[in-house]
Design a protein around this ligand. Structure first.
Ligand code: PNS
Length: 153
């Protein structure tokens, strides 16, 4: 789960790694009211789907969105027992740990932290949003489908 506004190469790396471990994964776009959105949720879903196809990512991968309640409600609805999050640094650990504990307390759903390739350690959607909105080149940080979309619409 995440905002994926937009999906980055770091996200895609975690998606590929998780798809190798689990029989089925769900990439879930969740609107985060704490953040100012760049792309509509449906567009984020479409770009993730496109990036997964372009990468040739293997495994059973569902891409969808959730806006009607808690993340764990979605997990319960689809029978998911594990949440996967990518961790770039200690800052991410500090941000993710309370959510992982709350999600476990709410619905007995475990969170697993995965380490993306360090090459993506500095990449974040918020940085991509800022660079893109000021006219910079985001191609090194995002899947080609996202770079094309942000450049050409
Ligand atoms: O990419 P983000 O913005 O860091 O993702 C955060 C997200 C959307 C995964 C998180 O805010 C979330 O799970 N929101 C859904 C609402 C919810 O379940 N809140 C309680 C989680 S502790």
């Amino acid at each position: 789960p995440g905002s994926f506004d937009p999906v980055t190469l770091g996200h895609l790396d975690v998606i590929e790694r998780a798809a190798k471990i689990f029989d089925q994964i769900h990439v879930l776009v969740v609107h985060n009211p704490a953040k100012t959105a760049l792309l509509p949720v449906a567009q984020r879903v479409a770009l993730i789907e496109r990036a997964i196809v372009d990468t040739g990512c293997e495994g059973e991968i569902v891409v969808t969105s959730w806006s009607v309640g808690l993340l764990v409600d979605y997990c319960t609805e689809v029978g998911a027992s594990v949440i996967v999050k990518g961790i770039r640094s200690q800052v991410d650990v500090a941000y993710e740990t309370p959510m992982a504990i709350v999600n476990r307390n709410l619905a007995d759903v475990e969170t697993i932290f995965m380490l993306p390739d360090p090459a993506h350690a500095h990449v974040s959607s918020s940085l991509v949003r800022q660079v893109a909105s000021l006219g910079g080149d985001v191609a090194p940080y995002v899947p080609k489908a996202v770079a094309d979309f942000l450049q050409n619409g």
